[in-house]
Design a protein around this ligand. Sequence first.
Ligand code: NDP
Length: 256
Amino acid sequence: MSGLFDLTGRVALVTGSSRGIGNALARALAEAGATVVLNGINAERLKAAEAVLAADFAPGRVHSVAFDVTSDAEAARGVAWVEEHVGPLQILVNNAGIQHRVPMLELDVADWERVIATDLTSAFLVGREAARHMIPRGRGKIINICSVQTDLARPTIAPYVAAKGGLRNLTRAMTAEWAGSGLQINGIAPGYIHTEMTQNLVDDEQFNAWILGRTPAHRWGTVQDLAGPAVWLASDGSDFVNGQTIFIDGGMTVVV
Ligand code: NDP
C-alpha cells in the first residue's frame, strides 16, 4: 500500500484482539503495513490467534502480549512490553469489551463494575499509558471502539450503555488534552456486528428479525465493514480528524 493510508513501519496495539472485531482490525492494520501486537487475557487463545495471523505476514510483523486491560499495573506492563520488544507504539485500538445482560433491578454492583472497568476504564488506563509514550514523540493515533449503544439504549445492558456513552466522551476528553501534542483520538461506533459476543442474538429469531428490520442496510455488519474506517483513522489520511466518533451501523442511528 502506498500514500496516505500506508502504515508501513508503524507499531499498532489492538486490545482484545484474540478474536472478533479486534482480531479483524489487527489483520486490517497489518495488511496496511503495520507491525501489530495482539492482546487478550486468555493466553492460549491469544497465542493461537498470533500463530494464525503471523502465518500470513513476514516474520516479526505479528506479536502478542497477554494482559488484563482493567488493571492499571497490567496496562503499564503491556504497553512497556510493546515499546521494549516491538518498537515505539504509534497506533492504539482500545477494543477489548464485554457485555452482561440482566435487567437493571437485578443487576449487582460487582457486575456493573466489571463491565465499566472493561469497556470504559480500560481505555483510560491503556490510553493514558500509550499517550505517555506518544506525547514526547509528538505523534500517535488512538481509536476507541464504542457502539451504537453510545447513543441509543437497549434494555438489560445498562452498564454497557453507560460505558460506551462514557467512552465517546472520553474520546473528546483525550482530544482536549492531547490533540495539541500531535495525537489524534477518535472513536468507531459499530452497529450490530456478527461475532462471538453477538452469536446468541443472531441465533435468536425474534431479535434477528428486529435487527434486520431496524437496520436500513437490512443486514448484520461484518468485521470487515470496520476495517477501512480503522485503517483510515490509524493513517496520515485522518490527521485533522480529532475527537470524532464515526458510526458504522448500516444507518441504524440516523433512522427511526
Ligand atoms: P468478542 O467477545 O468477540 O471479543 C472480546 C475480546 O476482548 C476478546 O479478545 C477478549 O479476550 C478481550 N477481552 C475481554 N476482556 C478483556 C480484558 N479484561 N483484558 C484484555 N482483553 C479482554 O467481542 P467483539 O469482537 O464482538 O467486540 C469487540 C469490541 O467491539 C467490544 O468493545 C464491543 O463492545 C464492541 N462492539 C461490538 C459489537 C458487536 O456487534 N459485536 C457492536 C458494537 C461494539 P479473551 O479471548 O482473552 O477473552
